[in-house]
Design a protein around this ligand. Sequence first.
Ligand code: SAM
Length: 263
Amino acid sequence: MSTQRFFLSPESIDLASGQVEVAERSLISQMRSVLRLKTGDQFVVLNGLGQLFTCILEEIAPTRIRARIVDASQASGDLPIVVTIALPLLKGDRFDWALQKLTELGVAYVLPFVSDRSVVKLDAQTPNPNRPSSKLSRWQTIMKEAAEQSERASIPQIQQPAQFRTVLASIAASAKGTDLSLICAERRRTERLSAVLTKEPAGNLVGRNVALAVGPEGGFSPQEIELAIECGFQAVSLGPRILRSETAAIYAVSHVVAILADG
Ligand code: SAM
Protein backbone atom coordinates (compact mmCIF):
# COMPACT_ATOMS: atom_id res chain seq x y z
CA MET A 1 0.00 0.00 0.00
CA SER A 2 1.30 3.49 -0.83
CA THR A 3 2.20 5.89 1.99
CA GLN A 4 -0.48 8.48 2.79
CA ARG A 5 0.34 11.95 1.46
CA PHE A 6 -0.94 15.29 2.76
CA PHE A 7 -0.42 18.87 1.66
CA LEU A 8 0.27 21.14 4.64
CA SER A 9 0.90 24.87 4.75
CA PRO A 10 4.62 25.68 5.02
CA GLU A 11 3.95 27.20 8.50
CA SER A 12 2.98 23.74 9.80
CA ILE A 13 6.43 22.40 8.93
CA ASP A 14 9.21 23.52 11.30
CA LEU A 15 12.48 22.60 9.67
CA ALA A 16 14.57 23.97 12.58
CA SER A 17 13.03 21.55 15.10
CA GLY A 18 12.30 18.83 12.53
CA GLN A 19 8.64 18.78 13.60
CA VAL A 20 5.33 18.90 11.76
CA GLU A 21 2.18 19.99 13.53
CA VAL A 22 -1.32 19.53 12.15
CA ALA A 23 -3.98 21.81 13.63
CA GLU A 24 -6.54 21.71 10.80
CA ARG A 25 -9.66 20.00 12.20
CA SER A 26 -10.74 18.27 9.01
CA LEU A 27 -7.28 16.81 8.47
CA ILE A 28 -7.00 15.65 12.11
CA SER A 29 -10.35 13.93 11.77
CA GLN A 30 -9.29 12.29 8.47
CA MET A 31 -6.02 11.06 9.98
CA ARG A 32 -7.58 9.84 13.26
CA SER A 33 -11.02 8.59 12.34
CA VAL A 34 -10.88 7.74 8.64
CA LEU A 35 -7.29 6.55 8.15
CA ARG A 36 -6.89 5.43 11.79
CA LEU A 37 -3.23 6.43 11.90
CA LYS A 38 -1.36 5.52 15.10
CA THR A 39 1.85 6.74 16.72
CA GLY A 40 4.82 5.25 14.91
CA ASP A 41 3.02 5.30 11.52
CA GLN A 42 4.86 6.87 8.60
CA PHE A 43 3.31 9.40 6.23
CA VAL A 44 4.40 11.99 3.70
CA VAL A 45 3.88 15.75 3.94
CA LEU A 46 4.23 18.14 0.99
CA ASN A 47 4.58 21.89 1.35
CA GLY A 48 3.21 22.57 -2.14
CA LEU A 49 6.46 24.38 -2.97
CA GLY A 50 8.27 21.32 -4.27
CA GLN A 51 9.49 19.76 -1.02
CA LEU A 52 8.49 16.40 0.40
CA PHE A 53 8.96 15.29 4.02
CA THR A 54 8.72 11.74 5.30
CA CYS A 55 7.35 11.86 8.85
CA ILE A 56 6.78 9.52 11.81
CA LEU A 57 3.67 10.20 13.85
CA GLU A 58 4.56 10.96 17.48
CA GLU A 59 1.34 12.35 18.97
CA ILE A 60 -2.26 11.99 17.80
CA ALA A 61 -4.73 13.97 19.94
CA PRO A 62 -8.24 15.29 19.13
CA THR A 63 -6.94 18.84 18.60
CA ARG A 64 -3.42 18.33 17.30
CA ILE A 65 -1.19 15.87 15.53
CA ARG A 66 2.57 16.05 15.85
CA ALA A 67 5.12 14.20 13.75
CA ARG A 68 8.91 14.04 13.42
CA ILE A 69 10.54 14.63 10.03
CA VAL A 70 12.86 11.74 9.20
CA ASP A 71 13.68 12.62 5.60
CA ALA A 72 13.39 15.61 3.27
CA SER A 73 13.62 15.51 -0.53
CA GLN A 74 12.47 17.22 -3.71
CA ALA A 75 8.91 16.24 -4.64
CA SER A 76 8.31 14.94 -8.16
CA GLY A 77 5.06 14.38 -10.00
CA ASP A 78 4.45 17.75 -11.65
CA LEU A 79 4.80 18.35 -15.38
CA PRO A 80 7.92 20.01 -16.84
CA ILE A 81 5.57 22.36 -18.74
CA VAL A 82 2.98 24.72 -17.23
CA VAL A 83 -0.50 23.84 -18.48
CA THR A 84 -3.30 26.36 -18.03
CA ILE A 85 -6.86 25.45 -18.95
CA ALA A 86 -9.68 27.92 -19.48
CA LEU A 87 -12.64 25.77 -18.45
CA PRO A 88 -16.32 26.77 -18.77
CA LEU A 89 -18.65 26.46 -15.78
CA LEU A 90 -20.87 23.47 -16.50
CA LYS A 91 -24.22 22.18 -15.29
CA GLY A 92 -24.48 19.68 -12.43
CA ASP A 93 -21.29 18.08 -11.15
CA ARG A 94 -19.51 18.02 -14.52
CA PHE A 95 -17.25 20.96 -13.67
CA ASP A 96 -16.18 19.32 -10.37
CA TRP A 97 -15.52 16.05 -12.18
CA ALA A 98 -13.39 17.79 -14.81
CA LEU A 99 -11.40 19.58 -12.09
CA GLN A 100 -10.55 16.29 -10.43
CA LYS A 101 -9.43 14.65 -13.68
CA LEU A 102 -7.49 17.70 -14.92
CA THR A 103 -5.62 17.82 -11.60
CA GLU A 104 -4.68 14.16 -11.98
CA LEU A 105 -3.39 14.91 -15.48
CA GLY A 106 -1.12 17.67 -14.17
CA VAL A 107 -2.63 21.08 -15.02
CA ALA A 108 -1.12 24.00 -13.12
CA TYR A 109 -3.88 26.61 -13.48
CA VAL A 110 -7.64 26.45 -14.04
CA LEU A 111 -9.42 29.59 -15.20
CA PRO A 112 -13.21 29.06 -14.94
CA PHE A 113 -15.34 31.20 -17.21
CA VAL A 114 -18.75 31.86 -18.68
CA SER A 115 -19.12 32.89 -22.31
CA ASP A 116 -21.77 33.90 -24.85
CA ARG A 117 -23.36 30.44 -25.06
CA SER A 118 -22.87 29.29 -21.46
CA VAL A 119 -25.85 27.68 -19.77
CA VAL A 120 -24.49 28.44 -16.28
CA LYS A 121 -24.47 32.16 -15.47
CA LEU A 122 -21.79 34.03 -13.57
CA ASP A 123 -24.10 35.63 -10.98
CA ALA A 124 -25.29 32.34 -9.59
CA GLN A 125 -21.69 31.24 -9.07
CA THR A 126 -20.16 34.37 -7.58
CA PRO A 127 -22.63 36.43 -5.57
CA ASN A 128 -19.80 38.62 -4.26
CA PRO A 129 -16.44 38.55 -6.06
CA ASN A 130 -14.74 40.04 -2.94
CA ARG A 131 -15.86 37.17 -0.73
CA PRO A 132 -14.37 33.76 -1.44
CA SER A 133 -17.35 31.66 -2.55
CA SER A 134 -18.10 28.30 -0.97
CA LYS A 135 -17.84 26.90 -4.51
CA LEU A 136 -14.27 28.15 -4.82
CA SER A 137 -13.24 26.52 -1.55
CA ARG A 138 -14.98 23.28 -2.59
CA TRP A 139 -13.08 23.35 -5.89
CA GLN A 140 -9.81 23.89 -4.00
CA THR A 141 -10.57 20.87 -1.79
CA ILE A 142 -11.32 18.70 -4.85
CA MET A 143 -8.00 19.72 -6.40
CA LYS A 144 -6.03 19.21 -3.18
CA GLU A 145 -7.41 15.69 -2.74
CA ALA A 146 -6.80 14.85 -6.41
CA ALA A 147 -3.24 16.19 -6.17
CA GLU A 148 -2.60 14.03 -3.08
CA GLN A 149 -4.12 10.97 -4.71
CA SER A 150 -2.16 11.38 -7.97
CA GLU A 151 1.13 12.02 -6.10
CA ARG A 152 1.71 15.49 -7.44
CA ALA A 153 4.20 17.92 -5.93
CA SER A 154 1.79 20.87 -5.97
CA ILE A 155 -1.91 21.73 -5.98
CA PRO A 156 -3.14 23.51 -9.12
CA GLN A 157 -4.43 27.05 -8.66
CA ILE A 158 -7.96 28.00 -9.56
CA GLN A 159 -9.27 31.53 -10.09
CA GLN A 160 -12.69 33.01 -9.41
CA PRO A 161 -14.94 32.54 -12.46
CA ALA A 162 -14.81 35.39 -14.95
CA GLN A 163 -16.11 36.34 -18.38
CA PHE A 164 -14.32 34.51 -21.22
CA ARG A 165 -13.04 37.79 -22.65
CA THR A 166 -11.39 38.62 -19.32
CA VAL A 167 -9.74 35.19 -19.19
CA LEU A 168 -8.45 35.60 -22.76
CA ALA A 169 -7.02 39.02 -21.93
CA SER A 170 -5.22 37.69 -18.85
CA ILE A 171 -3.67 34.79 -20.79
CA ALA A 172 -2.64 37.16 -23.60
CA ALA A 173 -1.15 39.67 -21.13
CA SER A 174 1.12 37.08 -19.53
CA ALA A 175 2.03 35.12 -22.70
CA LYS A 176 5.63 35.09 -23.90
CA GLY A 177 6.51 34.64 -27.57
CA THR A 178 7.48 31.02 -26.99
CA ASP A 179 4.16 30.01 -25.36
CA LEU A 180 1.52 27.92 -27.05
CA SER A 181 -2.11 29.06 -26.71
CA LEU A 182 -4.76 26.83 -28.29
CA ILE A 183 -8.54 27.15 -28.52
CA CYS A 184 -10.53 23.97 -29.24
CA ALA A 185 -13.02 24.76 -31.99
CA GLU A 186 -15.30 22.13 -33.46
CA ARG A 187 -16.67 22.10 -37.05
CA ARG A 188 -13.94 24.39 -38.41
CA ARG A 189 -11.24 23.67 -40.94
CA THR A 190 -8.44 23.76 -38.45
CA GLU A 191 -5.40 21.66 -37.79
CA ARG A 192 -5.74 18.71 -35.45
CA LEU A 193 -4.38 19.28 -31.95
CA SER A 194 -2.09 16.25 -32.24
CA ALA A 195 -0.59 17.62 -35.50
CA VAL A 196 0.14 21.00 -33.89
CA LEU A 197 1.75 19.38 -30.86
CA THR A 198 3.91 16.91 -32.77
CA LYS A 199 5.44 19.84 -34.73
CA GLU A 200 6.90 21.17 -31.47
CA PRO A 201 10.54 20.08 -31.19
CA ALA A 202 10.98 17.49 -28.40
CA GLY A 203 12.08 18.96 -25.09
CA ASN A 204 11.69 22.50 -26.39
CA LEU A 205 8.70 23.22 -24.19
CA VAL A 206 10.32 22.53 -20.82
CA GLY A 207 9.29 25.33 -18.45
CA ARG A 208 7.07 26.89 -21.11
CA ASN A 209 3.38 27.69 -20.85
CA VAL A 210 0.69 25.88 -22.78
CA ALA A 211 -2.79 27.40 -22.52
CA LEU A 212 -5.91 25.56 -23.70
CA ALA A 213 -9.45 26.91 -23.99
CA VAL A 214 -12.49 24.66 -24.23
CA GLY A 215 -16.01 25.99 -24.81
CA PRO A 216 -19.26 25.51 -22.85
CA GLU A 217 -22.22 23.25 -23.70
CA GLY A 218 -23.28 25.59 -26.51
CA GLY A 219 -19.74 25.93 -27.89
CA PHE A 220 -17.85 29.19 -28.50
CA SER A 221 -19.47 31.89 -30.62
CA PRO A 222 -17.60 32.77 -33.87
CA GLN A 223 -16.78 36.18 -32.33
CA GLU A 224 -15.14 34.51 -29.32
CA ILE A 225 -12.99 32.33 -31.55
CA GLU A 226 -11.93 35.36 -33.61
CA LEU A 227 -11.11 37.29 -30.44
CA ALA A 228 -9.04 34.37 -29.14
CA ILE A 229 -7.11 34.29 -32.43
CA GLU A 230 -6.48 38.05 -32.12
CA CYS A 231 -5.17 37.32 -28.59
CA GLY A 232 -2.59 34.91 -30.03
CA PHE A 233 -4.52 31.63 -29.80
CA GLN A 234 -4.47 29.04 -32.56
CA ALA A 235 -7.75 27.20 -33.26
CA VAL A 236 -7.41 23.42 -33.19
CA SER A 237 -9.68 20.46 -33.87
CA LEU A 238 -10.06 17.44 -31.60
CA GLY A 239 -11.30 15.28 -34.46
CA PRO A 240 -14.55 14.54 -36.28
CA ARG A 241 -16.69 13.75 -33.21
CA ILE A 242 -18.23 16.52 -31.10
CA LEU A 243 -17.17 15.99 -27.52
CA ARG A 244 -18.87 17.30 -24.42
CA SER A 245 -16.93 20.14 -22.79
CA GLU A 246 -15.44 18.06 -19.98
CA THR A 247 -14.45 15.28 -22.40
CA ALA A 248 -12.86 17.84 -24.72
CA ALA A 249 -10.87 19.34 -21.82
CA ILE A 250 -9.54 15.94 -20.75
CA TYR A 251 -8.81 14.89 -24.33
CA ALA A 252 -6.88 18.11 -25.01
CA VAL A 253 -4.86 18.08 -21.77
CA SER A 254 -4.09 14.34 -22.19
CA HIS A 255 -2.67 15.03 -25.65
CA VAL A 256 -0.54 17.92 -24.42
CA VAL A 257 0.81 15.82 -21.54
CA ALA A 258 1.43 12.72 -23.67
CA ILE A 259 3.08 14.50 -26.61
CA LEU A 260 4.99 17.31 -24.89
CA ALA A 261 5.57 16.34 -21.29
CA ASP A 262 5.50 12.63 -20.55
CA GLY A 263 6.79 11.37 -23.87
N1 SAM B 1 -21.63 23.46 -30.25
C1 SAM B 1 -21.56 22.02 -30.19
C2 SAM B 1 -22.89 21.43 -30.35
O1 SAM B 1 -23.61 21.30 -29.33
O2 SAM B 1 -23.21 21.04 -31.41
C3 SAM B 1 -20.94 21.47 -28.95
C4 SAM B 1 -19.84 22.19 -28.34
S1 SAM B 1 -18.87 21.14 -27.42
C5 SAM B 1 -20.02 20.37 -26.43
C6 SAM B 1 -18.09 22.13 -26.26
C7 SAM B 1 -16.67 22.49 -26.54
O3 SAM B 1 -15.86 21.32 -26.62
C8 SAM B 1 -16.43 23.24 -27.79
O4 SAM B 1 -16.66 24.63 -27.64
C9 SAM B 1 -14.98 22.94 -28.09
O5 SAM B 1 -14.14 23.82 -27.36
C10 SAM B 1 -14.82 21.53 -27.57
N2 SAM B 1 -14.96 20.52 -28.60
C11 SAM B 1 -15.81 19.47 -28.60
N3 SAM B 1 -15.61 18.69 -29.67
C12 SAM B 1 -14.60 19.25 -30.37
C13 SAM B 1 -13.92 18.91 -31.57
N4 SAM B 1 -14.24 17.82 -32.26
N5 SAM B 1 -12.92 19.72 -31.99
C14 SAM B 1 -12.57 20.81 -31.29
N6 SAM B 1 -13.18 21.19 -30.16
C15 SAM B 1 -14.18 20.42 -29.68
